[in-house]
Design a protein around this ligand. Structure first.
Ligand code: SF4
Length: 306
């Protein structure tokens, strides 16, 4: 048994105060919840047991998950169902675009499960979804949080060329912990994906979870790796175990440590660093399009790192 496997048997750590969240439920929350239900949409907010669900839905934002709700991979930290997905829903791009319109989103985040069963990894549906959203919602900006497409440049470029303003791909954790936490995905492949994104005209973004047993030095090394491939926006949040079957939390990182990561990241040249315990990759994602002219004029504009 390796140290990592051994840690799965450790006692569950008690959540510290700073991770306890309020659950606001207003009109906006109810409206997003109803649209999601009516249009049979999948969201990573519910699939991933996101701690910010009520806050985001309450602000009228949601991260929509395309290509179904069954992933062909099985990462140890992730709560998305895993298995053999059924065929493709060719009407999904139109349905998602209509829902974005109904939700009246100024900015939307689209992500997907991994579809290693498809020849194109789902790139065609990805590109069509972005284009449909743009056609029906010409003033909505889009972030695509993409899978690694096994590092296949032509597939990644298909998504980029469909025109999202931000393209993100999460590194999820530091190099050493990657084989333990992620299934099939490789640290180097993810860096290659991010390099392809950075060489395009979009904003490139990546995120990691902390609390999986990584050291401070490893987090800093990860920042260096991301900067080397030109990533501009980085998110860092606390890993929370979705159930006892998932990887255990090794440590709850103190808020002060998150603040330190943020200043180190900014010193290293990231344009934006979102680092605090409840940060998730799409949390308040609308701020990451600030460099794009469209959002500079938005009503609630606030400099991101204030
Ligand atoms: S690739 Fe891993 S993290 Fe992404 S949805 Fe599938 S199981 Fe979850």
């Amino acid at each position: 048994m390796t140290d990592m496997e051994d840690s799965r048997t450790q006692t569950i750590l008690r959540k510290p105060e700073w991770l306890k969240i309020k659950v606001p439920k207003g009109k906006q929350y109810i409206s997003v919840r109803d649209i999601v239900k009516e249009h049979k949409l999948h969201t990573i907010c519910t699939s991933g047991h996101c701690p910010n669900l009520h806050e985001c839905w309450g602000r009228g934002t949601a991260t929509l998950m395309i290509l179904g709700d069954i992933c062909t991979r099985s990462c140890g930290f992730c709560n998305v169902k895993t298995g053999r997905p059924p065929g493709l829903d060719q009407k999904e791009p139109e349905r998602v675009a209509e829902s974005v319109k109904l939700m009246n989103l100024k900015h939307c985040v689209i992500t997907s499960v991994d579809r290693d069963d498809l020849d194109d990894g789902g790139a065609d549906i990805w590109a069509r979804t972005v284009k449909e959203i743009k056609t029906l919602n010409p003033h909505t900006t889009i972030e695509t949080l993409i899978p690694d497409f096994d590092g296949r440049e032509e597939l990644i470029n298909r998504v980029i060329e469909s025109g999202p303003e931000v393209v993100s791909h999460n590194l999820e954790t530091v190099r050493r912990i990657t084989p333990w936490a992620r299934s099939r995905a490789k640290y180097e492949t993810s860096l290659k994906v991010l390099d392809i994104i950075s060489r395009s005209d979009t904003v490139s973004k990546s995120g990691i979870m902390v609390g999986l047993g990584e050291t401070r030095e490893e987090v800093i090394e990860t920042m260096d790796d991301l900067r080397k491939v030109g990533v501009e926006v980085m998110t860092i949040g606390q890993y929370l175990q979705p159930s006892r079957k998932h990887l255990p939390v090794i440590e709850f990182i103190a808020p002060e440590q998150f603040s330190e990561y943020k200043s180190i990241g900014l010193d290293k040249g990231f344009r934006f660093v979102e680092s605090s315990p409840l940060v998730r990759s799409s949390y308040r994602a609308e701020k990451h399009v600030i460099p794009i002219v469209v959002y500079n004029a938005a009503e609630n504009y606030k400099p991101y790192n204030e």
